[in-house]
Design a protein around this ligand. Structure first.
Ligand SMILES: [Zn+2]
Ligand SMILES: [Zn+2]
Length: 277
């Protein structure tokens, strides 16, 4: 089985609004997304298909065919539209990225040309995307940024060994990074709000537990988490999981870019279901 992914683009406007709620209630739950006049996004859709490689063509599927099927669907149903007003599916559902992914999955699943749909990933902006993979629930990933200093130093090793192992990163005065954190939650979108978790609650939890704690700090000197623990990004990504899991029951994955080149990822046991390792 080979997996192939193709990116397509569309633009659409929408409002997040439950008609039976007051304007205040809509604003409280959906924030600026509740503006009745609407706002819009340039969406990036990644369609991943899978299948055996055809012996004659050497391909899983002709990309032109994927473009034809998916592109014509986007042209007809979504591109350039006001989702809540013009797409019947969203007349009674909030057009969140989670619900859009469900709609795209249901619409495209049976119709891929000679291959199987494996994953739909929809990016609303560089800091938010939602996805569905065959056999799993909807996921939502939100990206955050913070800047932090650290010094890599293992207490169990001699100074010489630390210098050899960590090189410049062992500098006693420390050095710093622009960290980018991706927090992924997984679940069934709420039937009323269309969200796995309210973005305000997700942002609040990450800001409180992670950003406030670590942004513009020195991990070794300013945080209790790394008083004894070597602040490698392997350890950092696990610390972040352990801080978020108790306040985010839907937490599925934590991804940490230490630099653009170095990425670390961790999924521990859901909170209350065993010790993370
Ligand atoms: Zn929006
Ligand atoms: Zn470093």
């Amino acid at each position: 089985m080979v997996y192939m992914s193709r990116k397509l683009y569309f633009s659409a406007a929408h409002v997040y609004r439950v008609p039976s709620w007051s304007q205040e209630e809509n604003e409280r739950v959906f924030g600026p997304c509740s503006n009745p006049s609407g706002h819009g996004h340039d969406y990036t859709l990644e369609v991943m298909v899978r299948g055996p490689v055809d012996e004659r063509s050497g391909m899983v599927v002709n990309i032109t065919e994927v473009d034809r099927v998916v592109g014509s669907f986007l042209d007809r149903e979504l591109d350039g539209k006001f989702l809540d007003r013009e797409v019947p599916y969203f007349s009674e559902r909030i057009p969140t990225t989670e619900n859009l992914v469900t709609y795209l999955w249901e619409s495209l699943e049976g119709g891929m040309p000679g291959c199987e749909l494996h994953r739909i990933r929809l990016r609303e902006n560089p800091y938010l995307y939602s996805e569905k993979e065959r056999g799993s629930m909807i996921k939502l990933t939100r990206k955050y940024h913070f800047c932090t200093a650290h010094r890599l130093h293992a207490a169990a090793l001699s100074d010489e060994e630390n210098l050899r192992l960590f090189g410049k990163c062992n500098n006693p005065h420390g050095h710093g990074h622009n960290y980018y954190l991706e927090v992924t939650v997984e679940g069934t979108p709420d039937p009323v709000t269309g969200m796995i978790i309210n973005l305000t609650d997700l942002d609040g939890a990450v800001n409180r537990e992670i950003i406030k704690r670590f942004d513009h700090k020195n991990l070794n000197l300013d945080t209790v988490e790394f008083r004894e623990l070597n602040p490698t990004s392997e350890n950092f990504v696990k610390v972040i999981w352990d801080l978020l899991a108790p306040v985010l029951p839907q937490l599925s994955k934590v991804g940490l870019y230490e630099t653009e080149k170095n990425y670390f990822e961790y999924s521990g046991a859901p909170y209350g279901q065993g010790v993370t390792a």
